[in-house]
Design a protein around this ligand. Structure first.
Ligand code: GLV
Ligand code: MN
Ligand code: MN
Length: 420
């Protein structure tokens, strides 16, 4: 097995370059779920599946699947998946590296005429990134039955309803309220991803074997004040929604900083999205909408954060001139990866001769949702300066190819344990 062979390096590079071109031209590298560029990338990927002899299909949750059927008659399935959608001005590797690595594993299996005792499926999970419907991991939430009517009927800022978009891309939103029956056939869900942090690069380690993924909570905050003339309403007569919002932003940042120090586990919180209305220089801001993103490995720190934030908002509602409303809009629990698969990934990395560590993820991933219903595990490869969710995101192809070798080794190990 030689994934550093020039043919594999060139294959991985070529596919990443191909996807890189499918971006909003004015805003690289942007390929938002359901956008025109996303549809273009989906047909590209379907064609890649077909070139590798995979049977391509879209499941009810809109995941694009390519299946390499075993010559042995079996329902068992090993999934290697990630995502090809991006955040706005996102990167060229987040999700993409994992899908391309999966293609390369299948290319290698084909070239070496390997028959597996299970079906091997590549999944492009639908809409992993947080989108305008305020929900991430649409495809994997759908697969495990975690999309409810409230989420499916949400409209985005253009008035498009999420379930209509899922149906348009080939899914079937009506069937998404219960887990898929194929889950019982899953032997393992595997994912390669760039680390999106600095640990591997700083320690000069090839592979991070992921042990846990933190909980993710998202809250919408609406602050209602009173719009008015910026020249005539005196400073002590105002209900400025943006000024009140700035107090919340500072409070959230300080609270998260304190709790991250008190908790020995991963704890971060961000307000990265804010809409100001009417957003005009000569008008006092009348309304602000913000989204709070909270990632926590510790349940008690998460609860403490929510508690203190709610108290603060109550106090501000009592004493301030604006009305603040906070709503929970999305939640994914803290999860641990399957212990056997973690062990096997570590052994696979060792056998490939790559340095590795067991580590915790800071980001959310589709594998987190899948791990709630099936054995699942993932590996990280280093990325430059830990940068991700920005155009500067970069990973060396040679590092991705090492991760790809580990993925293949893992498939080989699962094959030999399935046969025993
Ligand atoms: C996924 O990209 C996340 O927001 O963690
Ligand atoms: Mn990702
Ligand atoms: Mn991402």
């Amino acid at each position: 097995m030689d994934f550093s062979a020039q043919s594999n390096i060139s294959f991985i590079k070529q596919k990443i370059d191909d996807l890189e071109r499918m971006t909003d031209q004015d805003n690289p590298y942007t390929r938002i779920v359901f956008s025109e560029k996303f549809y273009e990338a989906r047909s590209w990927l379907k064609n890649e599946y077909q070139k590798l002899g995979l049977k391509a299909s879209t499941d009810e949750a809109g995941n694009l699947i390519g299946i390499l059927n075993s010559k042995t008659d079996t329902d068992k399935i090993v999934i290697i998946g990630s995502h090809i959608d991006t955040v706005p001005s996102g990167g060229r590797f987040d999700g993409i590296a994992g899908v391309v690595a999966a293609l390369c594993v299948v290319k290698y299996i084909n070239e070496n005429n390997i028959n597996l005792p299970f079906n091997l499926a590549i999944y492009d999970y639908l809409g992993e990134e947080l989108n305008d419907w305020s929900i991430s991991c649409i495809g994997t939430r759908g697969l495990i039955g975690a999309l409810n009517e409230d989420i499916l009927s949400r409209s985005n800022s253009s008035g498009n309803i999420l379930k209509d978009e899922i149906d348009k891309i080939g899914g079937n939103s009506k069937s998404l309220t219960k887990p898929f029956s194929m889950i019982k056939n899953i032997v393992a869900c595997l994912e390669l991803h760039i680390e999106q942090g600095k640990v591997l690069e700083q320690k000069k380690i090839d592979i991070g074997v992921v042990r846990s993924i933190p909980s993710i909570s998202r809250f919408s905050v609406e602050v209602n004040g009173q719009a008015g003339h910026s020249g005539t309403i005196l400073m002590d007569q105002r209900a400025d929604a943006l000024v009140t919002s700035s107090e919340i932003i500072t409070f959230v940042n300080k609270l998260a900083l304190r709790l991250s120090k008190e908790s020995n586990q991963h704890f971060v919180s961000t307000i990265g999205k804010i809409n100001v209305h009417p957003n005009a220089a000569a008008i006092i801001p009348g309304k602000v909408e913000m989204t709070i993103d909270l990632r926590a490995s510790s349940k008690s720190s998460r609860e403490q954060y929510i508690n203190e934030l709610e108290k603060q908002i109550d106090a501000m509602n009592q004493s301030g001139s604006c009305k603040i409303e906070m709503r929970n809009i999305a939640f994914a629990p803290y999860v641990e990866m399957d212990k056997e698969l973690v062990k096997l990934f570590k052994i696979s990395s060792d056998e490939c001769g790559f340095s590795n560590i067991i580590m915790d993820s800071g980001a959310g991933h589709d594998t987190a949702h899948l791990s709630r219903v099936a054995p699942a595990s993932m590996i990280f490869v280093p990325c430059k300066d830990g940068l991700s969710h920005c155009p500067e995101e970069y990973a060396e192809i040679s590092d991705i190819s090492k991760g790809t070798a580990v993925l293949f080794k893992m498939v080989e190990k699962l094959a030999s344990s399935s046969q025993n």
